[in-house]
Design a protein around this ligand. Structure first.
Ligand SMILES: *Cc1c(COP(=O)(O)O)cnc(C)c1O
Length: 198
């Protein structure tokens, strides 16, 4: 996925002509502006969720990557049911446990999945994470973080094998500086910004 938060509509159009059709935005006003301008592309929301902005995202986002609270799941479900659709989401996991990071802790993922299972308007497709910032060339913290997310998914997936609105196939992990490690660890979606546009 191309993270288009630093570029305008013209650059997105050029990327689409080159064959990229998944774009990620982290702020709802720009998300809406770009999605409305280019509705034929797939638009992913990857930013911090403010529940009062969810009304602008539900139905417009092909995937909301950054859901981390039961409250956000409930609001998404209510809006989606009103709009007679089901909103695909990922749960953002704070694997590294850094306090500055968004995301649910790994140990709280099962209870969030339980909650999602009761909400008819959400469809959970997998997990997302942000790796810690690397301290040196040889620091393998990012790769370990990605491996942990995959293990968490592998451990939980059998419990949801028959769930109607939960599958854990997607792993959204990896950005410009660490996507190669993420792919090695099983990423199904990488979120590339700077490396693509510079
Ligand atoms: C900006 C952003 C990216 C892309 O980061 P780059 O380092 O520019 O590739 C990926 N994921 C999220 C959540 C972002 O906010």
């Amino acid at each position: 996925m191309a993270v288009s938060k630093t570029v305008g509509i013209a650059e997105v159009q050029r990327a689409a002509q080159a064959g990229i059709h998944d774009f990620g935005e982290n702020r709802s006003p720009l998300f809406v502006q770009k999605q409305v301008a280019l509705p034929e592309e797939r638009w992913h929301f990857i930013g911090h969720i403010q529940t009062n902005k969810l009304k602008d995202l539900v139905g417009r986002a092909s995937l909301i990557h950054s859901v981390a609270t039961r409250h956000a799941l409930e609001v998404i479900s209510r809006l989606a049911v009103e709009r007679q659709m089901r909103q695909p989401v990922l749960l953002e996991v704070n694997v590294s446990g850094e306090e500055s990071k968004d995301g649910v802790s790994a140990q709280d993922v099962p209870s969030l999945l339980q909650a999602a299972g009761q909400l008819p308007g959400v469809e959970v497709r997998g997990l997302m994470t942000m790796a810690p910032v690397l301290l040196s060339e040889r620091d393998d913290a990012a790769r370990q973080c990605f491996a942990s997310l995959r293990r968490l998914r592998d451990n939980l997936a059998p419990d949801y094998a028959n769930a109607d609105n939960i599958s854990l196939n997607e792993l959204s992990m990896g950005m410009s500086d660490d996507f190669e490690d993420a792919v090695k660890e099983g990423a199904t979606l990488v979120r590339i910004g700077r490396r693509l546009w510079s």
